[in-house]
Design a protein around this ligand. Sequence first.
Ligand SMILES: Cc1cc2nc3c(=O)[nH]c(=O)nc-3n(C[C@H](O)[C@H](O)[C@H](O)COP(=O)(O)OP(=O)(O)OC[C@H]3O[C@@H](n4cnc5c(N)ncnc54)[C@H](O)[C@@H]3O)c2cc1C
Length: 373
Amino acid sequence: MESIWETRSFSNGADLVVVGAGITGLFTAWHARRRRPSRKVVVLERGPHPAGASVKNAGFACFGSPSQLLSDLEHEGEAIALHRVEERWRGLQELRATLGDEAIGFAPVGGYEVFRPDDALYTRVAGRFDALNAALHGIFGRDVYSWADGRTASLGLRAGHLAFNPLEGAVDSGLLMRRLLDLAREAGVEVRFNTAVEGWEEQAQGVELLLHGGQRLRAEQAVIATNGYSRGLLPQIDVVPGRGQVLLTSPIGGLRLKGTFHLDEGYYYFRDLDGRVLLGGGRNLDKAGETTEEDATTPRIQDALEELLRRTILPDTPFRIEQRWSGIMGFRPNGGPAVVERLSPHVVVAAGLGGIGVAIGIRVARHAAELVA
Ligand SMILES: Cc1cc2nc3c(=O)[nH]c(=O)nc-3n(C[C@H](O)[C@H](O)[C@H](O)COP(=O)(O)OP(=O)(O)OC[C@H]3O[C@@H](n4cnc5c(N)ncnc54)[C@H](O)[C@@H]3O)c2cc1C
C-alpha cells in the first residue's frame, strides 16, 4: 500500500528512468543530466549494488588482440571492424579522462596476445600481421602490434609466440564502478538499488515500469540498459546472454607475469593482480551451456582454465585457486555492435556490448542519452 505522497511526488514523475546500473546505465543517466541538469533522472538496479558484468569482468582496458581483430575484419569487413576499434579506443580515452586514472586504478601495463607452441592461429596471424598494423594506421597513426617473443621467459610463460600492444592497460573494475556511481550522484542522478523491473508498458504520455512486488512507476522516458539480462524485458531485440567464468589464484611468490594477456581470439584472458593470476574465458568450450543468464561456474570450464594455468601461464609453479565467479555478457548476432535504438515513443534500448564493454560503455551511453534528449 502506497500513500498519495509516495505515488504522487516521491516515486513517480521522473523525466527519465534508466533500468540497470552497469557502466552503460550509469553513464547514460550521467550524460542525460549533463545535457539537461533540470531533468529528474532515476536509475533502477535490481542488485544491492551494480551487479552485472561491469563488476564481474577482468578489468582489461583493451580494444582487441591481433587474432580477434583479424577475425572481425574477415567476418564483418574493414569498415565495420575498424569503426568498432576506433569506438573502443576513443571510449577508453573518454573513460580515463572522465573518471581519472587514479580513481579507476588504471595501469598502462600493455596487452599481449599469447600463441601456444604449435598454435595454428599463429601462422594465420603472422601472415597478416603487417597488413593489420597498416589497416590500423588510420586510427592510431602508428604500428600498434609488435612481436615480443623475447619476453616469454621473463614473464614466466610457456608460449610459442607473443605479440605486444603498448596501448592497452588494466583497471580495477570495482574502483571504476564506485567512481562512476559517485559521479552520477554528484550530477544529481538518483540511484535506487534492490529494485527489479519486471516489465514495462508504453502509455500515451510516457512509460509505466512494473516493479517486483507489484509497484508501478511512471516516467516520461526510459532507457533499458540491462545488457545480458535483456531477454525478459526486451524479447523483441536480438541480444543473447553469454556467461564468462573467471578464477583467481592465491598469491604466487615471485610471480613474473605482468600485463593483460589474450589468447585464442579473445576466448581466454588473464592478468596479474596483486601477485595473483586472474584468468577467465573458455566459453567456446560449451557455447550452448554458456548461453545463459544464470550466474554459476562449471567443472568443465573451470578445469580447462586450471589446465591453461598449468601448461601455459604458470608452468612448473604450484598454485591454489582462491576465488571463482561468473558474469553475464550480452552478445549481438555474429558479434555485431551494441544495439542503441528507440523501441517505442518512450523507450530506448542500449544493450549488447559484447566482451569489450569497458571501452565502449561511455560512448554507447552517450548515444542512448542523445536518443532521449
Ligand atoms: C567475466 C567477464 C569478463 C569481462 N572482461 C572484460 C574486460 O576485461 N574488458 C572489457 O572491456 N570488457 C569485459 N567484459 C565485458 C564488460 O564487462 C561488459 O560489456 C560491460 O560491463 C557491460 O556493461 P553494461 O552496463 O551494459 O551491463 P551490466 O554491467 O551487466 O549492467 C546491467 C545491469 O542491469 C541490472 N539488471 C538486469 N536486469 C534488471 C532488471 N530487470 N531490473 C533492474 N536491473 C536489472 C543488472 O543487475 C546489472 O547491474 C567482461 C564481461 C564478463 C562477464
